[in-house]
Design a protein around this ligand. Sequence first.
Ligand SMILES: [Zn+2]
Length: 65
Amino acid sequence: MPDGEHKRGVAKCRSCSSVFAVDIWGDGTVRPIGRQDCDCGANEFQLIGNLDEAIIQDSETPDHS
Ligand SMILES: [Zn+2]
């Protein structure tokens, strides 16, 4: 698929620490893929790594096995 002007990474919400896969835009904007904000309503995210290096913990499918 086309990768355009942005990279992919992993970031966590500055408010509730939920972790998302994110798009990283050329101007430094970090935005969760497919959404505008965190579930908690915050829209500031701390970049924590590259998508290739990280294990995504999807908050909607917690691993309790
Ligand atoms: Zn949040």
